[in-house]
Design a protein around this ligand. Sequence first.
Ligand code: NI
Length: 177
Amino acid sequence: MAVLPIITAPDPRLKLQAKAVDKVDAQVRRLMDDMLETMYVAPGIGLAAPQVGVAKRIIVIDVADKGELPRPYRMANPEIVWKSDETATYEEGCLSVPEYYADVERAAKVRVRYLDEQNEIRELEAEGLLAVCIQHEIDHLAGTLFVDHISALKRGIILRKLGKAKKNAEPVAALRS
Ligand code: NI
């Protein structure tokens, strides 16, 4: 397994439409494992393939609390087949929008259909943090970040600050290499 570099906003690769996976084969499984390792190291509770520069419909999630056994989900071609009318608001963050958090309102419960790491079709009904995370990660596959759910004003401020921080960081990165 390998820890992959995570792309941070603003970056055009985070705005792409990810392509469906034909089949979950050894190569896709390896990417899923690398994504999980990357997510655990970050640390985060979810990661989508576009965040590591792969425009494929693959996400990984683990919302287990510290001290609990890991509960990793590896999902290819995840699709929300049902969502509740009831909504819930959580303060969200994202490994691609480091150090910024905002309240986002989403469906409180969802049912997701996906291919697991064995290429088997599965369905999962989720609520709470898992439901939030599934919707957040599936958004990434359509080039949508959590900041796209907040006001354009707030989004503009966050993305401008991130863009500036990135520019300032570049010479340091060059020195290190
Ligand atoms: Ni994210």
